[in-house]
Structure formats: structure tokens, C-alpha cells
Design a protein around this ligand. Structure first.
Ligand SMILES: Cc1cc2nc3c(=O)[nH]c(=O)nc-3n(C[C@H](O)[C@H](O)[C@H](O)COP(=O)(O)O)c2cc1C
Length: 374
């Protein structure tokens, strides 16, 4: 193995890797204000990093936002709730960027009518107008956009004070949602045990597994090619360890041939993540309309940016919230534990802690999300 390693490493270094370029301030050179603020919006957190957005430019200061019907997760997110949350996060980053550059955005949600919350419609999610304004004030959360990352590594054994956690609530500005959290060690353990069981349930179905496998990128070449999806980098695997893992242990071929090994890895990884949570937090809405899902996405993005500002690592673990039948019994138990009022929806559940940062996730090119096909 020793003699092979240098060639693996030099092989990696020789290839240009551009799929992370959007995370650098120097990439923000677009003269068109629409493209400039969209170049920040695409950095939004989003389910499976599937990047489900289409943008239709309609006039020099206007555009519409749509769901890309080819970028859905029908097995793990059957009603596209998480897809709409992802769009909300996109809109929030768009808004933060507009303010930073001295513009306000006027957002008209669902301009062709509210969408049914069990269907994915080809109608726009939002119509957005950009207005140059002297009263546009930058929001300090903008400064954390390039540092925010869903950190999936093991967190340090270092408690988070209630004072710090309370500061997360300062990021909320839409009163459709409420943020709750716990750092009580006993409750942390119970929640972790439930999230571990939820991952077990999720991986028991081969179609759900396949969906995740399809979105998993096994090496930098795949990341550069697809510019979307999940990888081991965010779990803190890097450098020589990553080169070895990619070359000898984790390949698409191996995973396709032994799918149970892939799901076992997912279960082990979740356990390591959940068991090292120093706090859990969750965002809840009174109902579960498409509008609430969008607004919770905006709120989630703000909370994640605030956590980044506070030096906290953060990662959602969504399996217990998924809406397929075999999760419903455990989900009811979970909602009872958290004392969620009847009919309310937990939209996001995430763990928090302290940990070194990890590499960003890749993004598609801006030009590939802009369409005139409607
Ligand atoms: C609605 C939603 C659900 C998510 N669920 C999970 C999850 O269950 N597990 C996980 O590790 N990350 C989850 N994430 C985080 C995404 O994987 C992450 O945002 C995406 O890979 C992009 O990476 P970034 O947030 O570092 O930019 C979720 C994000 C969103 C917005």
C-alpha cells in the first residue's frame, strides 16, 4: 500500500477541483445584481444537497423561483416538505445578500396561488423583485455565509451553556415558528437513541437506501462531475485518510454490490453523530402549509448562520421527521417526548456542539439553475 499512496495523492492534486469555487468571495463578480445575489443563494443548506432550484429571469430586476421536478427525494421526503424548506433557506440567503449590496427584495410567495402540501407543483414558489434602497441595511448574519457548513463529524465532549443556546433565538424573525432546545444530558441521550432507531427504520427499505446511495458521491471526481450530493468530507474525513478510504474501501461499485454494508455505515455514522450531540434543537410550526415550510427554511438558515457566528457546529438529523408510514409509530413517541402540541409539525431537528470545521459541500454552476424553458 505504501508504494501506491504517493500516486493516489499526486493524482488527486493534479485534477482541477472547481465545485467549491462558489464559497469564495472572489467568485462574486457578477455585474447583474440578480446573478450576484443568486450566487449566494445557491450556498443554502438543502436536503441531500440535491439543490432543487430553477430560476426564471423575467426582467432586469425580477425573477421567479421554481422547484426542479427532476430533483426530488420521493422515497425519503414523499411530500417534498424538505424540498420546500430548502427553498426557504435559498430565499433567506438571497435576502441577506440583497441587503448587503444595498437592495431590498419584495417577495410574493406562491404568486399563482398556494400549493397543495402533498403535491409538487410546477407553479412558482416565489416571485422576487429587487429594489435599490437607501434603507437596505446589511444583516450581520450575512458575514457567516461562507463559514456555515453542516458539520457531520463527532462533536467534542464540551457542554454548550444555556446562555449560548438562548442566543440562537435572536436569529428568528418569522413568528410562524418556534425554536426549542435541550442540553439536559438525560434528554440528549433519549433523543439520540430515538434518532438512531429512526436511521435503522429508514435503511430497512431498499428504495430509500437506493435514493441515498444515488446521492452519495464517492470521491472528488464524482463531486466535480455532479456538483451535488453527499460525501464523507463533511464527517471530517480528509487528507490521507480520505484518499485511502476512497481508493480502497468505499467505491460506488462496492456499495452497489453490498448495499447492506452501505446502510450499516449510515447507521454507525448516525450513532457517532447523535451520541456526541451536546444539544438538540427543533423548529416547529402550528400547521404544515407550504408557506410555513418556506418560512421555516428561512428561519433554519438564519439559526444555522447564528450558530456559526457563535462558534457552534450544527447538523440536522431528519430521519425521525420523515413522512413514510413505517416511521409514524416512533415519530408519535418522539413528539410526545418533546411535548409537541397535537397537529403541530416538527420541521427541523438538529444537533449542536463544538468541533473543528469540515470541508464545504459542492454546488452546481449558477448558469445551470437558470432557465428560460417555461
Ligand atoms: C431540510 C433539510 C434536511 C436535512 N437533513 C439532513 C439529515 O438528515 N442528515 C444530515 O446529515 N444532513 C441533513 N441536512 C443537511 C444537508 O445535508 C446539507 O445542508 C447539504 O448537504 C448542503 O451542505 P451544507 O449545509 O454544508 O451547505 C438537511 C438539510 C436540510 C435543509
Amino acid at each position: 500500500m505504501v508504494s501506491i499512496l504517493p500516486s493516489i495523492l499526486s493524482g488527486c492534486a493534479a485534477k482541477p477541483f472547481t465545485a467549491l469555487d462558489g464559497w469564495h468571495a472572489k467568485s462574486k463578480t457578477q455585474a447583474d445584481i440578480r446573478l450576484l445575489i443568486l450566487s449566494y443563494a445557491i450556498l443554502a443548506p438543502n436536503a441531500h444537497n440535491i439543490q432543487p432550484w430553477w430560476v426564471k429571469l423575467t426582467s432586469p430586476l425580477e425573477f421567479e423561483l421554481y422547484i426542479d421536478q427532476d430533483r426530488l427525494l420521493p422515497e425519503t421526503d414523499p411530500y417534498a416538505r424538505q424540498i420546500h424548506i430548502s427553498h426557504g433557506a435559498f430565499i433567506e440567503l438571497l435576502d441577506l445578500a440583497a441587503r448587503y449590496y444595498g437592495y431590498l427584495i419584495d417577495i410574493h410567495y406562491f404568486p399563482q396561488g398556494m400549493l397543495d402540501n402533498t403535491l409538487v407543483s410546477d407553479k412558482p414558489i416565489a416571485h422576487i423583485q429587487i429594489i435599490k434602497s437607501k434603507i437596505a441595511e446589511p444583516d450581520h448574519l450575512f458575514n457567516s455565509i461562507f463559514d456555515r457548513v453542516s458539520n457531520k463529524r463527532k462533536y467534542d465532549d464540551k457542554p454548550i451553556s444555556t446562555d449560548i443556546l438562548t442566543q440562537l433565538t435572536l436569529a428568528l424573525y418569522e413568528d410562524v415558528s418556534s425554536l426549542s432546545f435541550t442540553n439536559d444530558p438525560r434528554l440528549l441521550k433519549t433523543i439520540s437513541s430515538i434518532t438512531n432507531s429512526a436511521m435503522q427504520i429508514e435503511t430497512e427499505d431498499h428504495r430509500r437506501n437506493d435514493e441515498t446511495l444515488q446521492m452519495f458521491r464517492f470521491n472528488d471526481a464524482e463531486l466535480e462531475q455532479y456538483r451535488d450530493g453527499l460525501s464523507i468530507d463533511q464527517a471530517g474525513v480528509s487528507g490521507i485518510k480520505k484518499a485511502i478510504a476512497e481508493t480502497f474501501f468505499v467505491t460506488r461499485h462496492k456499495a452497489m454490490n453490498d448495499k447492506s454494508a452501505f446502510s450499516k455505515e449510515a447507521i454507525n455514522l448516525t450513532q457517532m453523530q447523535a451520541d456526541s450531540a451536546m444539544a438538540w434543537a427543533w423548529l416547529t410550526t402550528k400547521n404544515n402549509t407550504r408557506q410555513e415550510q418556506i418560512l421555516i427554511g428561512r428561519t433554519y438558515a438564519r439559526v444555522h448562520l447564528k450558530a456559526t457566528e457563535l462558534g457552534l457546529a450544527m447538523q440536522p438529523l431528519s430521519q425521525i421527521l420523515q413522512e413514510y408510514d413505517d416511521m409514524s409509530t416512533l415519530q408519535k413517541r418522539f413528539f410526545k417526548l418533546l411535548k409537541i402540541p397535537k397537529g403541530h409539525t416538527v420541521q427541523m431537528l438538529f444537533r449542536l456542539g463544538y468541533a473543528p470545521t469540515v470541508r464545504h459541500t459542492v454546488r452546481r454552476k449558477l448558469e445551470n439553475i437558470i432557465t428560460r424553458r417555461f
